[in-house]
Design a protein around this ligand. Sequence first.
Ligand code: SF4
Length: 854
Amino acid sequence: MIRTIDLTSGGTSYRIADLRRLGLGRLPWVHRILIENLVRHGEDLAPLADWIATGRSDAEIAFWPGRVMMHDTTCGPALVDLAAARSALAEAGGDPASLNPVLPVDVSTDHSLAVDVYGSRDAFARNMAREMERNAERYRFMKWAASALDNFTVHPPGTGIMHTINLERLATVVTGRTQDGALWAVPDTLIGTDSHTPMVNGIGVLGWGVGGLEAESVMLGQPVMMRVPRVVGVRLVGRLRDGIMATDLALVVTHRLRQMDLAGRFVEFFGPGVSGLSAGDRSVVANMAPEYGSSTGYFPIDEATLAYLRSTGRAEAAIALVEDYARATGLWFDADAEPIYEEIVEIDLSAVATSLAGPHRPQDLASPAEVAVLMGGDAAPGSPLPRRPIAIAAITSCTNTSDPRLLVAAGLVARKARALGLAPPPWVKTSLAPGSPTAERMLARAGLLEDLEAVGFAITGYGCTICIGNSGPLPDMVVAALDRGEIRPCAILSGNRNFPGRVHPLIDDAFLASPPMVVAFALAGDAQQDITHAAIGTASDGRAIRLADLWPNGSEIDAVLADAVSAKDFAPAYEAAEASPAWATLAAPDGALYPWDERSTYLRRPPFVTTNADSRLGLYAAAPILVLPDDITTDHISPAGAIPAGSDAGRWLAARGEDPADLNVFASRRGNWEVMLRGLFTNRSVANLLAPDIAPGETVFAGTGEHLPLWRAAARYADEGTPVVIVAGHRYGTGSSRDWAAKGAALLGARAVLAAGFERIHRSNLVNMGILPLRLPADHHPATLGLAPRDRIEIDARRIFPHAAVPVLIRHADGGTVRFEAVAEIETERETEILERGGLIPLVLSDRLSRIRA
Ligand code: SF4
């Protein structure tokens, strides 16, 4: 029986779970929140006594998040699935209107905005107009969902990036909620279909990124099933030095923690250094949790949390509830406490230096001077551009635009540069896309908006833009010099990822940096220039200007911030953006069932949403359709960027009347399984090790030896009744929480993926699509298995349970054999059930039908 006590806050009485009586004082704060969630949902803690006593447990627990967040590209596939599920339910005799999310779902419309126009004051309006034109059909669909589904809110284009919206507007930290007829106070918790969901951990809200499929199951009333997470404690000591930005700290934390294997583990920050960080600083660090490899980057609730809530205009009663609840339950931070962590890492904040990361991975730390070394010293003879021009300089991403301090620092660099008569060279594509529309008011009040505009950083929109690779075309002179083979352009951005091609298909090298550093590099325009020693530019009076002449100190930033940030900005800024006429006038269908249109090139009813599906388990001999090296990311598996006209996906669209010159990006076409299927593994850096010289996106069809696009080969294998599997190396599925990486494998007919190791969200997505993830033994790797097209992989997956040993026999076409046991990467009994029932959606739908029929 759950023991509760009453808490009175602001004159209102709340029921709360009596956590103090449970003796949780030495557990990590994230564990305390999970235990509150369990007891409030009536779970018996007796079997978990060991957990409370020792801080460790291998038990499987349920977690009921309070809400779900999605964005327009991850919500698209989930909504298509929901709409298709309503259609399937109706066809099977059920009431389609009965299928709704059972908890609040908030969807941002941020991932589709591209930087077509930049460097001018009308850039935002023009980019948004293009966004509405390109995405009208998808946005109509989202508008239909907002009216047809209960508990479903869409934040229209122009209202900002999901994690900033969450920080500034949605997160309550502690929520009053009616449950079982009583008013409870409960911790605000969520899952989000985006790996950077933990950004909100910076203000004491527990949440993490999940795959869209897992979110769908939560929306339909299932808990998140998980093992008690192992928690790594990061003890922070010291203080950041003057001039050091939160970005620098986040990159140092990423560099340090990425050296550990944090897959599936939670990270929590503790120690005396935490108190010296603002909630804005903490959120930058928390945002990069997926880059350091963990599920969370949690900072407990303290005075800085309350100060942030106050600065963003939250009601005083709501702020008082946060403090009263956290103090009453033991969720309030104690700088002297050292909870029981599985492992502890110490980071001295005073040792953090100005940092960038790149050119290919967010964990590869570099000082500003090292960037020049990494980019080499050779010149481009005869070219008007330097050999390594900065072609893109972007103040972008929720990561580094949600904290006003970072934007003010960028504005101050711009102000000094403007006063000295500096400006970026013409080959630099400059952009400023803050996480929310409040940034414009703040920068304008400080007079910094004009300074930023004067050096090219006019606001280009409120969305992900360059961070997600929606960079628009490069300047003509860059494209021309590239065509002549004279240059290798680079990018600098305040984002969080820099895989080759992520920022722009023509750019392989990109450095992550703070917003003021982005402005400084834009002014220099040349990645080979050591901007700490050489002149960034020449002032109007002939003086050589160096980085130190432009860099703001802490008191300069503080002085501007004090007048610039107003709590009164937040509600009006969002309300004005939400009232967007473009959204209000967008015509959308209504009714419980979505009217599918066979001619649509955006929304097509997917074949895997069905009330009955065959399990992919069993005993079978499969053809290896793909054999892949280490570090295949979800970007490699399922692209997000532009759809090339000459690709199979492009030809499919052109054959249906689409303009080959403007096919939009894959991320916008995720409601169309035909396009997504044809885009699989087409990233030019993906090598299929099955045979030499296989083009990206192709394989060798064993039946004839032909090189075929994967989707064609998969169809041939399906026709002849040959199962297929994918074989991959370490860290398979790293990167974005991209459903389509798993849905694509399902459409290829894969029954299993054998990998040396899986990234957490992708592993879960594979299970939810009914595909068995199998971990290869440590002494086997795709590069050494010697797989060839006509080999067969026999897998005995008849008896599956969490971490089951699965016999595998490779029969090489030349007669040789290799036998080993792989490990089923299944975490819970629930996942076993999902695999046995052919995937999550068939399971949920068939259960719903059974209940209706009963
Ligand atoms: S990390 Fe980048 S792509 Fe992801 S939500 Fe933030 S801005 Fe958008």
